[in-house]
Design a protein around this ligand. Structure first.
Ligand SMILES: C[S@@+](CC[C@H](N)C(=O)[O-])C[C@H]1O[C@@H](n2cnc3c(N)ncnc32)[C@H](O)[C@@H]1O
Length: 223
């Protein structure tokens, strides 16, 4: 089984990420309507992976750019949205520029210091009315051992404690390490970077084996 235990190993599962239909149905279909009419809007997909969402947003008429730390991901994204629409380094990303910055399922896989860096970068890249949507697996379901998306090796750690646990993704059948941090921990990081929390949106609830589950949380933030 493939395993992704480092942030620079995500290219190992680029093809699996492209085929994540369940995740798309749950996450992207919650996120896209939040953006409203995006024709002509300047959007950055930060950590956009193989560019699936970036392409969907481009088709809806947005001026979409993508940045990802991993060159193979950027290559994949460039095939979909065009070479001139991808950034290879942080320095290439313009400051005070974007109407929307999307950052999906990135903060939950990087170390704490990197979460702070990414959030600071997002703050500086948004224009003055810009809105960021930052989302990842819902920390509140950290102790549920199966969701529609994955099987989890639940530990005895508490919700309030930052800790790691292993998951097997049902789509793609690869292992990842989830870095659990409570919602409140992320809220402190946003505040420290100067981002105001506007809303917390969750993907639709369903019941599996007696548990009520909302897979993802999306934070809406402004400068
Ligand atoms: C789970 S994937 C999510 C991809 C995409 N956003 C999605 O929702 O399908 C995580 C992505 O974050 C990228 N990544 C990891 N660390 C990063 C960092 N420090 N800055 C930018 N991208 C990063 C990985 O290369 C990978 O493409």
């Amino acid at each position: 089984m493939k395993g992704v235990f480092d942030q620079d190993k995500w290219s190992l599962v680029a093809s699996e990420l492209k085929a994540e239909n369940l995740k798309l149905a749950s996450y992207d279909n919650t996120l896209i309507p939040l953006l409203g009419d995006i024709r002509g809007k300047k959007i950055l997909d930060y950590g956009g992976g193989p560019g699936v969402l970036a392409l969907a947003l481009k088709r809806l008429g947005a001026d979409v750019k993508e940045y990802d730390i991993f060159p193979d991901m950027i290559k994949e994204a460039a095939k979909k949205i065009g070479k001139k629409n991808v950034y290879h380094t942080i320095k290439q990303i313009p400051k005070n520029h974007f109407d929307f910055i999307i950052c999906n399922l990135v903060l939950c896989i990087v170390p704490e210091k990197e979460v702070e860096n990414i959030v600071k970068n997002i703050h500086s890249e948004l224009n003055k009315n810009g809105v960021a949507y930052i989302g990842f697996c819902n920390p509140k379901i950290f102790n549920i051992n199966e969701s529609q998306l994955d099987f989890r090796f639940v530990t005895d750690r508490k919700y309030e404690e930052n800790h790691n646990y292993k998951k097997i993704k049902k789509e793609g059948r690869y292992e990842i390490m989830e870095l659990h941090r409570p919602i409140e921990w992320y809220e402190k990081v946003y505040k420290k970077a100067g981002l105001k929390l506007i809303d917390k949106i969750f993907t639709p609830e369903y019941t599996l084996k007696g548990h009520k589950i909302k897979d993802f949380i999306i934070f809406k933030l402004k400068k």
